[in-house]
Structures are given as C-alpha cells and as structure tokens.
Design a protein around this ligand. Sequence first.
Ligand SMILES: C[S@@+](CC[C@H](N)C(=O)[O-])C[C@H]1O[C@@H](n2cnc3c(N)ncnc32)[C@H](O)[C@@H]1O
Length: 243
Amino acid sequence: MIGRLLNKLRKSYSRRGLRGTVVHAINRASQRFLELTPTWRRSMREKAERDQAFDSRHGVDTGGIIQLNSLQIAGTSWQNGTSYWAIDPAVFARLVGTLAIHHQDFTFIDFGSGKGRAVLLASEFPFKSVIGVEFSPELDQVARENLAGFRSERQQCWDMRLVCADALQYPLPHDPLVCYFFNPFGREVMARVAERIAESYQTQSREIYILYANPQHAVVWQQNGCFQQIAATPDFAIFKTHD
Ligand SMILES: C[S@@+](CC[C@H](N)C(=O)[O-])C[C@H]1O[C@@H](n2cnc3c(N)ncnc32)[C@H](O)[C@@H]1O
C-alpha cells in the first residue's frame, strides 16, 4: 500500500510538480470528505433520479459521472479536464433561454460534449446547426448512439454533428456562434480555448456568445478584451463579443 502511494506521488510529481501535487492532494482530500456528508449523498441520489428520468423520456444514455482517468484519451490535456457529468436540463433551459437571438443564424458548439446531453437539448432550439466536440472516443461513441435514438417532440434542429477531438485542436466554423461550456476544463485549457475563439473573431468579425455553466474560471473571459459579460448567476455566466 505504501509502495502504491509512493508510486502515485512520484507520477503526480512528474506531471504536476511539487506545488501542483500538494494542491491536487488537498483538492482530492476535501472532495473525499465532502462525499461522506449527507448533503452530498442526497444531491447525488437526486441527480441519479433526474438522469434516469431524462434518459428514459428520451430513449438515451446520458447519466452518471465518469472520471477521465478511466477513459482512453490521447494527448495530455485530459489532465486539465473535468469528469463527465451531464448538465441539468433545467439549468440548460435557463441558460439558453436567456439569449435574445435569431437562433437560425447561429451554430451552437458544445466544448466537451461527453455523452451529448447538451447537444440533444440544444436541438430543441431552432439553431442553424449544433456541434459537439469531445476528446474521449468512448463518450463520443455513446453520444453518437444517443443522437441516433433521441426522441423529442420539441426538436427544432436536425443538423447535429459530433467531432471526436480535443477542444484545443477544433477549428471553429465562420458562422455566428454560441459556444457552450459546462465547466469542461481547468483555467489553463480554458484560457487557450478563449484565445483561439478571440483569434477566430479577429480573423472574421461576427457575433459570438459564450455560455458558461458552472463558471469556475469566468475570470478567463472577463480578462479577455474581446468579450463583455452580459449575464451572471450562481449557475452560469454569459459573455459576448463587443458590438
Ligand atoms: C462536465 S462534462 C460536460 C458534458 C456536456 N457538455 C453537458 O453539458 O452535458 C465535461 C466534458 O468535457 C470533456 N472534456 C474535457 N476536456 C476536454 C478537451 N480538452 N477537449 C474535449 N473535451 C474535453 C470531458 O471528457 C467531459 O465529457
């Protein structure tokens, strides 16, 4: 057991350095502690019930929590990624419902689409097209099956596409965009993705909205001169390119 612990520490040290290893260990310990509390257990039970209700209503599999270190993902940016966990449909409806736009002009992109729940939910708005970008081939495959089996009376967009790629490599379309993030990665990757979106805007000026659910690194967008914040709630933040 001590041997395993030392091995883990050695690996973490070579990936994260000393400070990163200490911060990671503190985060893991506080997460473990949180998971023992009755409040956390109740919220997990309620999440499982909501997942089950969504999946059986729509004939899909989008529920659960999946740690990235249990998946086969090429490259190293998974170390900065968060676990798979699907958006609460009520939060998504509030977030996208806030936008006063002509949806038909916009392409919606989910950065870190996982099993595709947000792609499915976005198809219930009349977007020009909806794209999900996910770097785990296993999650991407589940999302493909979900798109094929999705049942919804409210669907208004049928141009749905999935791209199995790292968000850092994905070339942005030149349409007006709604870029959606459900806390998919840490600050470092978020800053690089924000930079890519800003560069794309500078190459081709157009309306770009950033919808950020569970906005843990909102500061990245606040500090990027290309965007202004137009909404802030505890559940999400919205940014837009300057008029
Ligand atoms: C919290 S889940 C969000 C799932 C989905 N967007 C939703 O709203 O239901 C975050 C997802 O981002 C993916 N992810 C993390 N880093 C990524 C990256 N660099 N490129 C592509 N996908 C990434 C993870 O694999 C995971 O599926």
